[in-house]
Write a protein that binds this ligand. Structure first.
Ligand SMILES: Cc1ncc(C[n+]2csc(CCOP(=O)(O)OP(=O)(O)O)c2C)c(N)n1
Ligand code: SF4
Length: 309
């Protein structure tokens, strides 16, 4: 059924600062899910803690605002219980690259069909501007008393190493292109990352809109770069060029689809192999009671392991 983006807007008052890049991301999510025709009841947005995590209150769906860094494990549980839901993770670079970094890697290894939207502003917005893991070394934003002495993590390269099969980068103020990237990421069968460069006008006074606009460009507007892998042999051939593109972040910053591996099986497909019927009768749709009586008796399941006095 065709839907309007307004069908996904909740009544909650949006609490971000004026000019925050999060508005552009929210707008792109509304339009992406409406154009894909996803019913709100088939959508689950799982957020981490941070300004970015508040997205869960603004989009209609079966959403969950998880603990700091724990959006991916919660999303994994939701997806495994009901693989027919469209699951989107909305987290900051502090949330997904810092405290939640191990979970981010685990999702790539599994290649579970989840879309991770990384709200990448290089600072901890909610806690007033400390250096986040994507802030380059020696940059001094206004909340720091001295320049950042840590090197930065490159989320797209980390995702490549971890096994994500769709990796893209968007810009929060380019909502038309970002919407298209989110749509492709959601349609992709496997772990997808969209790294979204998101100006935080309140705390990041270095990586501003002007700073980004001077550096960003779209890979599909340049000749010669093909991010798509259609056969395993193609991976061997193209991986060096893809890795080089993923490492590019400085005077030039590539946007668009950076890597798209269409050959690797998803975690759901592997589960179906070892548990035939998993997709047609996943845990969330199985009966747990009949006529008010539970089928499952936990003590029966564990009785051989119970120690009786
Ligand atoms: C276990 C735990 N540690 C620390 C915090 C404090 N805290 C709240 S949000 C946040 C970081 C937010 O930054 P980011 O994930 O980049 O999101 P943003 O606010 O920039 O969107 C931190 C450290 C917390 N809530 N829980
Ligand atoms: S602190 Fe930064 S990231 Fe958070 S709402 Fe304000 S502008 Fe946006």
């Amino acid at each position: 059924m065709a839907r309007s983006w307004l069908d996904y807007k909740t009544q909650a008052w949006v609490q971000w600062c004026p000019g925050c890049g999060d508005f552009g991301i929210l707008n792109s999510i509304y339009r992406a899910v409406s154009e894909l025709g996803i019913d709100p009841e088939n959508l689950a947005v799982v957020g981490g803690i941070g300004c970015s995590g508040r997205t869960t209150y603004y989009v209609k769906g079966s959403n969950f605002h998880a603990l700091h860094g724990r959006a991916i494990p919660v999303a994994t549980g939701v997806k495994l219980a009901n693989p027919h839901l469209n699951v989107i993770v909305a987290g900051g670079d502090g949330d997904l690259m810092g405290i939640g970094g191990g979970h981010f890697v685990a999702l790539g290894r599994r290649n579970l069909n989840i879309t991770v939207l990384l709200f990448d502003n290089a600072v901890y917005g909610l806690t007033k501007g400390q250096a986040a893991p994507t802030l380059p070394a020696w940059v001094k934003t206004k909340a720091l008393s001295m320049p950042n002495i840590h090197d930065n993590i490159n989320p797209v390269l980390l995702a490549f190493a971890a096994g994500y099969t769709f990796i893209a980068r968007g810009y929060a103020y380019h909502t038309q292109q970002l919407k298209e990237l989110i749509k492709t990421a959601v349609r992709h069968r496997g772990a997808a990352l969209v790294d979204i460069l998101q100006p935080c006008p309140t705390y990041n006074n270095i990586m501003t809109n002007k700073w980004y606009e001077e550096r960003i460009y779209y890979v599909d507007q340049e000749e010669g770069y093909d991010p798509i892998i259609r056969t395993p042999e193609e991976f061997q051939k193209k991986a060096p060029a893809i890795a080089a593109k993923l490492m590019e972040f400085g005077d030039r910053i590539p946007l668009g689809i950076l890597y798209w591996n269409q050959t690797r099986e998803s975690f759901e497909e592997r589960l179906e192999k070892i548990m035939p019927g998993y997709m047609s009768a996943p845990p969330a749709t199985r009966r747990i009671e009949l006529e008010g009586k539970p089928f499952l008796h936990p003590f029966d399941i564990f009785k051989d392991r119970l120690v009786t006095p």
